[in-house]
Design a protein around this ligand. Structure first.
Ligand SMILES: [Zn+2]
Length: 389
């Protein structure tokens, strides 16, 4: 006959009686330490099986099983309450996450001067919560509980939870970015260092890849700031390598490194560059052409400007330099053509100098800003007139 009550503990290498362990108050081997003496196991088990204590425990166990099945236990009711709580909190958190997300997308600050609900300057996060509670029964119920002080010890509206949600969202985004980088395989890094308000160097890390998401195009992913305790080349380089390792991005696949060209960064950069090159000789230093840029500056008093995707007016502004300084831009191009040793740049400078005036964007392209779209021709008709007026 199968002994449904008999259980074996692998850890102790011994036998226990399940129902006696649960219900019996007697201290026997089968309930306390387990039966490890296998010699007379069969005899022992048979005698235990027929003992009145065991039979009572067996009865109690079976009765409990029946009550559990029909949902008559106190536990069952507890369980239903717990389940309802779980569902409710899940719904609240889904809403709070959506609010954080919506604010983050618009680059809006979450917090205000106070953290009290229904006060004028409690910030965007709580204001959105209040707004949602006007129309959404779950949020309304949640705020009522908070007001009555029955939302247990945590309302999930405080700054700790907000920060945690932000961290979770950001790690999700980072992991998607890392996927994109890994898919592209090869990448280059763009680094810049700026001291923050407390004079701690903040190193910003941007990774540039040919993204294969949707259609292949160049993408620059901002990977966040690294706080540098020391600003030596060695320290900065090891920080970058550690960060890449944390993200699971193999530095062996790095094919270029690029830095801000300001004079005060140059020394530091050299140190970082050399160390990264030592680690991976293929991570070539790619200068953004400050030399060609300075030739342009000698000829043109204003600079070529980027345009913003969402503001057409900025496109007009970006075209201005070539509209009013076309001749000077052409001069600059000719100087680049005459001075460069690179035949490709020479040829491009030549053809661009011929085209300036027609394609205002072209000069920008040569001055190391390939990815910024300056194409004059793309400006819609009504704006073109403004630009040329
Ligand atoms: Zn038993």
């Amino acid at each position: 006959m199968a002994r449904s009550w008999l259980i074996y503990s692998m850890k102790n290498n011994s036998l226990f009686c399940f129902c006696c362990k649960l219900f019996s108050k007697r201290n026997i081997h089968l309930t306390i330490s387990g039966m490890a003496n296998w010699k007379h196991a069969s005899t022992h088990l048979t005698s235990h099986e027929n003992s009145p204590e065991h039979l009572n425990c067996m009865k109690a166990w079976k009765e409990l099983a029946v009550r559990l099945r029909s949902g008559q236990t106190i536990d069952k009711q507890e369980e239903a309450l717990l389940e309802a709580e779980r569902v409710r909190w899940r719904a609240v958190l889904t809403r709070l996450t959506a609010i954080v997300q919506s604010l983050a997308v618009r680059n809006l600050a979450l917090r205000g001067h106070t953290e009290t609900l229904f006060t004028p300057s409690n910030g965007n996060f709580l204001k959105e919560v209040e707004l949602m509670a006007k129309f959404d029964p779950i949020m309304k119920d949640h705020l009522n509980r908070v007001k009555r002080g029955t939302a247990s010890h945590n309302s999930y509206l405080g700054h700790h939870v907000q920060n945690e949600l932000i961290d979770l969202l950001s790690s999700k985004i980072i992991s998607d970015i890392v996927d994109d980088i890994k898919q592209a395989k090869f990448f280059s890094i763009i680094l810049d260092c700026t001291p923050d308000i407390s004079h701690i160097e903040q190193l910003s890390v941007v990774i540039r890849v040919v993204s294969l998401m949707e259609k292949p195009h160049i993408r620059e992913h901002f990977m966040g700031f690294l706080k540098a305790e020391e600003s030596t080349g060695q320290h900065l380089a090891s920080m970058i390598l550690t960060r890449l390792e944390e993200l699971g991005i193999p530095f062996d696949d790095c094919r270029g490194q690029s830095y801000d060209n300001r004079a005060n960064m140059k020394g530091k950069n050299k140190g970082v560059q050399a160390r990264l090159l030592e680690k991976n000789p293929r991570a070539l230093f790619v200068p953004s052409s400050s030399q060609r840029w300075s030739i342009l500056k000698n000829h043109v008093s204003i600079t070529l400007k980027m345009w913003a995707e969402t503001r057409w007016e900025s496109k007009v502004k970006s075209v201005e330099p070539t509209r009013y300084h076309g001749a000077a831009v052409r001069e600059a191009l000719i100087e680049v053509r005459d001075n460069t040793k690179d035949p490709a740049i020479k040829a491009e400078a030549q053809s661009l100098s011929e085209e300036v005036g027609l394609y205002a964007s072209a000069s920008a392209r040569l001055f190391g800003l390939q990815e910024v779209r300056y194409i004059f021709m793309e400006i819609p008709e009504p704006f073109k007139h403004t630009a040329l007026a």
